[in-house]
Design a protein around this ligand. Sequence first.
Ligand SMILES: N[C@@H](CCC(=O)N[C@@H](CS)C(=O)NCC(=O)O)C(=O)O
Length: 229
Amino acid sequence: MSTQDKNKYVLYSYFRSSCSARIRIAAHLKDIPLEYKYVNLVKGAQHSKDYHGLNPSESVPTLVVHDAGSGAEITRIRQSVAILEFLEEVEDDPKLLPDETLERAKVRELLNIISCDIQPVTNLRVLNFIKSHGISADEWQQHFMRLGFQAYEELLATSGGKFSVGDSVSLADCALAPAVDGVLRFGVQVETEFPRVWKIWRELSELKAFQNGRWDSQPDTPEELKRHA
Ligand SMILES: N[C@@H](CCC(=O)N[C@@H](CS)C(=O)NCC(=O)O)C(=O)O
């Protein structure tokens, strides 16, 4: 049963955050209304005392769930994959995890390549740290992103269809699209290096929910970076 109507959701997000984009996209796909609060990662707002109180990991996204009637806070969820799975349980239309167990494992396998193998080693705090040790952040990003995307590309040979797993959009796609946006920014030639990923990303880019969740169309996207349709 959908509990969506009883809850009100506040998402702490940053326009460039790929982890936040996963949630924005899934919520758009499911028509779950989110109220947004913005955390400017580049200005270090994630390290403020107030935000630390909300999310001790000092990262976005954070989803705060309120009772829609009383407004009372019910819970906070501070990890993007936990939020994705929560939203999936709250609203299963459309399903972003397939019914079939083996298919679900494939979605989670791909989702984990992005969320466990690529994103953590290319996160802002990691880049700041390696830069302070004289290592090129661009080279680092490209290296680790390529490793992850190579694996994703190879797995697509068996799982892929129109989207990452077959022909239905899944949680893997919600994580893939923002990750591709990120790797393109760092100069990786996705079209030639990872053609299966590229094809899927192109399909996803046509979907309204992916356009609405993308980094370049958020209220906190700086005006000069905004996509003007
Ligand atoms: N495992 C966490 C990672 C969250 C995370 O690292 N978010 C990034 C943005 S995509 C962040 O807030 N970085 C801030 C920093 O590194 O200081 C999740 O999936 O939610």
